[in-house]
Design a protein. Structure first.
Length: 173
């Protein structure tokens, strides 16, 4: 059985028509994405991920301050600067959380000393905390976008730099 020929001539799609069609589809998808984000679709019901980063920054600042109080001068100076940097991170995270409507509760810096042994934290303790903070900020940065991703990337980079080269060795007795 023969298939009858289509009575309408075949229509050629020009490159211009294809590009116009593709751009209309892209604009439509962008509009749907904006509408979905404006309506709150995709927002998690859990706590803001920056809250965990804020706690790490506060904890690291307290740990570095406690370690600086017991360290020899070259290390103590570096630990004091690290505490200032991590306090600055906490301030930036607090500002972003407040701006986004997730204002954190005001808390004091967490004490990092162990209540049982009452020994001040060591350089190794501070480096371990920095490693955890670097990994956490890096993992969280890839889940965020815009300013928040940049802020977390900056925090991760700062912590990694301190971890890699920022703390001098403790003097040997």
């Amino acid at each position: 059985m023969a298939v009858p020929a289509d009575p309408t001539p075949a229509r050629q799609l020009s490159r211009r028509a294809a590009l116009i069609g593709a751009s209309r589809v892209a604009l439509g998808l962008a509009a749907v994405g904006l509408a979905a984000s404006a309506c709150g679709f995709g927002d998690s019901d859990g706590p803001d991920p920056l809250l965990a980063q804020l706690e790490l920054a506060r904890s690291d600042a307290g740990l570095a301050s406690s370690a600086a109080a017991a360290a020899a001068p070259p290390l103590a100076e570096a630990l004091t600067q690290l505490a200032a940097d991590r306090s600055s991170h906490a301030e930036a995270l607090t500002a972003e959380l407040s701006r986004s409507g997730h204002a954190p509760a005001a808390t004091t810096t967490t004490s990092a000393t162990n209540a049982v042994s009452a020994a001040p934290p060591s350089r190794a303790d501070v480096l371990d905390a920095l490693k955890r903070s670097t990994e956490s900020a890096s993992k969280t940065a890839i889940t965020e976008s815009g300013y928040r991703a940049g802020l977390l990337g900056s925090i991760a980079a700062c912590c990694a730099a301190w971890e890699a080269v920022g703390l001098p060795q403790e003097p040997q007795p």
